[in-house]
Write a protein that binds this ligand. Structure first.
Ligand SMILES: [Zn+2]
Length: 177
C-alpha cells in the first residue's frame, strides 16, 4: 500500500508530530485535531482494520492507548477523554490503515457529548434486540494470557546443595543486571 498516508508516516516520508514509538506501533498528533491533544495510535504494518491486527498484538496496542491517554490527559490537564475507532468505509474510516483515536476532553469544550451524540438511538434496532441476541449468541470467553511463571527454585538445603545454590545465584544476578 504505497499510497497509504499512514504507511508514509511510518516510513518517515511524511512528517508527523510523533509522541510514541516502539517496534510495532507509533502514536502521533492528528493534524486535524477535534480537541487539543487529539492523537492516533497505529500499527507500523499496513493493516486495514483492528480485525487484521495479530491476536497477540491487540492487547499491546490497547496498553499503548491506555498509557498515551493517561500521559496526554495529565500533560494537558484534560478532564476526560474519548477513544474512537472506525472500521471500514461504511463506519466512516477515512484512512484504510487501522488507527485508534484518543481525544482529550476539557471543561471549556462547547458541549460534553460522547459518541452517542453522533448516533441517535434507533427504534428499529431496539425492536430487533431479542433477534439480534439470537443471531449473535453468546461468545466463548477470551482466554486470559497469564504471564509465564518463574521456574521453580531448587530447594537449597544447607551444605549438600551449596554449589548448586551458588550457581543459581549467579544466574539470577545476571538476569537482574
Ligand atoms: Zn498503511
Amino acid at each position: 500500500m504505497n499510497d497509504c498516508i499512514f504507511c508514509k508516516i511510518v516510513k518517515g516520508e511524511i512528517p508527523a508530530l510523533k509522541i510514541y514509538e516502539d517496534s510495532d506501533f507509533i502514536g502521533f498528533l492528528d493534524v486535524n485535531p477535534r480537541f487539543i491533544g487529539h492523537a492516533l495510535i497505529i500499527p507500523k504494518k499496513h493493516l486495514e482494520t483492528i480485525l487484521d491486527i495479530d491476536n497477540n498484538q491487540i492487547g499491546h496496542m490497547f496498553e499503548i492507548v491506555q498509557k498515551v491517554a493517561k500521559t496526554i490527559t495529565e500533560a494537558l490537564d484534560a478532564k476526560g477523554f474519548n477513544i474512537g475507532n472506525n472500521n471500514g468505509q461504511i463506519a466512516g474510516q477515512a484512512v484504510p490503515h487501522a488507527h485508534v483515536h484518543i481525544m482529550p476532553r476539557y471543561e471549556t469544550d462547547e458541549h460534553h457529548a460522547g459518541f452517542e451524540a453522533a448516533f441517535k438511538p434507533s427504534e428499529d434496532a431496539k425492536k430487533e434486540l431479542e433477534n439480534t441476541l439470537k443471531k449473535i449468541g453468546t461468545i466463548d470467553p477470551v482466554e486470559t494470557k497469564t504471564p509465564t511463571p518463574d521456574p521453580p527454585k531448587p530447594e537449597t538445603k544447607k551444605d549438600e546443595n551449596l554449589d548448586f545454590a551458588f550457581d543459581d545465584n549467579i544466574v539470577m544476578s545476571k538476569f537482574d543486571g
